[in-house]
Design a binder for this molecule. Structure first.
Ligand SMILES: Cc1cc2nc3c(=O)[nH]c(=O)nc-3n(C[C@H](O)[C@H](O)[C@H](O)COP(=O)(O)OP(=O)(O)OC[C@H]3O[C@@H](n4cnc5c(N)ncnc54)[C@H](O)[C@@H]3O)c2cc1C
Length: 488
């Protein structure tokens, strides 16, 4: 078969890229190794409880803003029915023994809230909010008047959020607060997080925070419908094995289906929306510069997550429409440890009318020990210990849940790698960190482009944007942005 472009991987970045290319008139196909498209964001069911895997909430969907226009351009908006989280506190952050901080939607409201809570750091709060606002102003998908030709997805990667806070005289309590909140959302601590990455990811959430009625299933199904409408085939259970090239230009993608049949999908352009370390295994070493391969191999990963799912009839009202981040010091690492509790407002059991599902997300601490001894017994022991600790931590921070919720599933880094193809189970793929070289959308062959969270930004919106950026590298920015603007 011959296509104008083949997209490898049907995560949100791959599907967004394919839709953008199809909207611009190219014939496109997607190949996906998993049995379902978008395996990372799909929910799974344990007993009668729906469990969210790689999607809980997203930011940036403001009235008339770029994210809504992007969803419309991709043909998704009408099927999504986004539900706003609590605008007075979409996230709360609570340090042990201290009153919680509720983060409201809106940059100015956040500014007021944090100045009231951290009066000794008022100037630093101003510097932080001003920086986030000016970063948001430069992103074409947040500010539709930005000329995309001037958009640099990787500007100054050397200045960290930590630098900004230190220069602005932030006191330790504000630094700890922003660190704990940002860590689960961009996968890096503030002293290593480029200010631009932080301002993009957190900025979107501060502008608006929404979820979908059926979590990631709503988004995955919306993509599925739009791809079908646009006539884009998604070949599931089909693994890309090699990128074939003529000279240094892409000529096709060699794939293998679940029955072991091989095929070559000829194409002049390819978008790799998979982890870059998987991509480089598919390239013929003789046609790629060794420096490129080495640079990608050296990139560090974000942390692997551990997620526990509870059957929790009648989740306390306080946990609905607000994500709770609980923070405690970790003596071993000297850092804070964060536990995020998330319950979806719409997740109602049709039989009893009660809300059931509660999800606890944290870093998989101690996972290195399992990597050193990956035997099944070491893994089972580690999983049991993490489960017990997470149950105890959840009960300590929400006493109403003690003895009133039951664990139905646990997702480990191994689960994320096996079920969703997450490289080493890392939460957001490659770490976007100061002092590390970024992996760019332009690939090492003519006609090969990279998309995905490891190349763009962590999170579904960042991954979707990176998919459109890769499409724009193929068909040009102007037609895409013109259409997106018309969708605003
Ligand atoms: C626990 C957890 C919670 C999260 N919560 C949120 C949240 O609330 N909000 C948010 O915005 N983000 C969240 N995220 C992050 C979000 O899920 C990701 O940023 C996003 O889905 C990544 O999309 P992607 O397209 O870059 O990659 P992926 O979804 O990983 O897509 C890559 C695809 O490529 C496929 N593949 C790999 N190799 C091959 C091959 N050789 N051939 C064919 N196919 C291949 C894989 O099967 C996979 O489907 C969460 C992540 C985790 C782990």
């Amino acid at each position: 078969m011959r296509y104008d472009a083949v997209v490898i991987g049907s995560g949100v970045s791959g599907m967004a890229s394919a839709l953008a290319l199809a909207r611009e008139g190219l014939s496109v196909a997607i190949v996906e190794a998993n049995r379902h498209p978008a395996p990372l964001i799909r929910r799974f069911r344990r007993r009668s409880v729906w469990c969210d895997a790689g999607f809980h909430y997203f930011g940036g969907l403001t009235d008339g803003g770029g994210a809504g226009a992007l969803f419309r351009y991709l043909g998704l908006f009408d099927r999504l029915n986004p539900e706003p989280l609590d605008s007075n506190g979409f996230d709360t952050v609570a340090f042990e023994g201290e009153p919680e901080v509720r983060l409201p939607v809106g940059l100015d409201r956040t500014r007021q809230t944090l100045k009231a809570r951290f009066p000794g750091s008022a100037d630093a709060v101003d510097a932080w909010i001003d920086a986030v606002a000016s970063i948001q102003d430069t992103i074409p998908f947040a500010n539709l008047s930005v000329d995309p030709g001037t958009f640099d997805p990787r500007p100054n990667m050397h200045r960290s959020l930590g630098h900004l806070l230190a220069e602005a005289g932030a006191e330790p309590d504000l630094v700890r607060f922003l660190d704990a909140h940002g860590y689960l959302l961009h996968g890096t601590h503030i002293d290593e997080t480029p200010l631009h990455v932080h301002g993009t990811v957190i900025g979107f959430f501060l502008l608006a925070a929404h979820t979908f009625p059926r979590g990631g299933d709503t988004l995955a199904d919306g993509f599925g419908h739009a791809l079908k409408t646009m006539g884009v085939p998604v070949f599931t259970r089909t693994r890309a094995n090699a990128i074939r090239s003529v000279g240094r230009s892409v000529a096709g993608i060699e794939v293998q289906d679940a029955d072991g049949n091989h095929d070559l999908l000829e194409c002049a352009a390819a978008v790799s929306a998979i982890h870059p370390k998987r991509l480089i295994q598919m390239l013929e070493p003789s046609v790629v510069r060794p420096a490129y391969l080495q640079r990608v191999r050296k990139c560090p990963e974000t942390f692997p997550p551990f997620v526990l799912y509870f059957d929790a009839p009648n989740v306390p009202e306080s946990l609905l429409r607000t994500n709770h981040y609980y923070v405690r010091p970790d003596r071993k690492s000297g850092r804070d440890e964060v536990l995020a509790l998330m319950a979806r407002p719409s997740d109602v059991d049709p039989e009893t009318g009660s809300r059931r599902s509660l999800c606890a997300v944290r870093e998989a601490s101690g996972w290195e020990a399992v990597l050193r001894d990956p035997s099944d017994s070491a893994y089972a022991e580690w999983k049991e210990a993490m489960t017990a600790d997470t149950v105890a931590w959840t009960g300590a921070v929400v006493p109403e849940l003690r003895g009133r919720c039951e664990t139905v599933a646990a997702a480990t880094p191994r689960t994320y790698e096996r079920e969703a193809g997450a490289f080493l189970g890392s939460v957001y793929g490659i770490r976007h960190a100061v002092g590390t070289e970024a992996v760019l959308p332009l690939g090492p062959l003519r006609g090969l482009f990279l998309a995905g969270q490891s190349v763009g930004m962590p999170g579904v919106l960042g991954a979707m944007i990176s998919g459109v950026v890769a499409a724009a590298a193929i068909v040009g920015w102007n037609p895409i942005m013109d259409r997106i603007r018309r969708c605003a």
